[in-house]
Ligand binder design. Sequence first.
Ligand code: BGN
Length: 384
Amino acid sequence: MPNLQSKWRFLMMVLGVQLIVMALLSREGYQKRVTYFFRIFRRTDTGVGASMQNHTGRDVYANLSLLSKSQTREESMPYCPKKSPLVGGPLRVTFPSGLTLVQVERKNPLVVRGGRYRPPNCESLHHTAIIIPHRNREHHLKFLLYYLHPFLQRQQLNYGIYIIHQAGNYTFNRAKLMNVGFREAMREEDWDCLFFHDVDLIPEDDRNTYTCDAHPKHAAIAMDKFGYKLPYKMYFGGVSALTPLQYLKMNGFPNNYWGWGGEDDDIGIRVSLGGMLITRPSLNVGRYKMIKHKLDKGNEVNPRRFNMLAKTRHTWKEDGMNTVEYEVLSREYLPLYTNITVNIGTEKGLLSLPPKTQMAPPANGMPKKDAKTSLPDTEHHPLS
Ligand code: BGN
């Protein structure tokens, strides 16, 4: 009766598999093992498969309360380890209603005036400035700050957050605001890396380190709105990171893209014109959730972007960091960020901004108690 024998063999096999599964589950770190186990069957997946993984993740604030400020910072603090022990992988990102900036402040007791932080118990190996172009997006900013502060603390970075706020109602200019952010941040500190960050993108994995690479880095490789895939090979939008040297090598970003679209492609082209490559984290790590919104008023699609892009190789040396003109209207050192309000003018130049739009509108959502820390700081920054 061969049947009895094969039934017996089948029964033993089932028992064996059960034993293996139980052994896996009963050991420490079983979750990782089980994930690994399932990943074996997904080996052939590229991108899409990875994007379908269930990234429930953990709380971005988990374990951060264990960090406490030492009473006096010792002169000879050890350097932080190369790999932060607080980094753990996928994070949970949701957008609960009713969040306030005061709550974000309370959750981040070690962040000091101007949105600065350094690890309390070790000397960070990295000094990173986050540059965020902004106008009328207070709601998004609140969520970004809620997630970004603990995210950066998990990575044991010495960091500062700069909001570059375009004054007036003239068409938005993301790339020019980045140039302003670069100059204004470098004026304050010798940052070794700058992250150029959209206000509506929330990182979903703390292994996506906010440090610079040997070449310009495109960090937002996998956004939910693009199905957690790169939309096209040369895409350089959302979040990117450059050292000051890399930034200057490509003459910064263009100043003349007014409205939506194209400026990030121009920046991508500049990277290669500057003789550099683009580095990226893996699809599994460079994940971002975008806060949903409609196209802003004042940031209409730029119909000239195709023509402009076609000319980048002829224009990049004459338009960029070497020609950026702007006027700082105020610099406020708020509890969670440094707010720089700037007049960047119009296509026709700096002085053509109508007088009534010269003053920055009051930014909603800013805590009133900080009004005093605002330093009126009207400066003119012509060519450098
Ligand atoms: C591209 C836009 C980018 C934008 C991405 C993602 C242009 C230039 C013409 C090719 N580029 O199409 O600016 O970030 O889509 O939305 O429109």
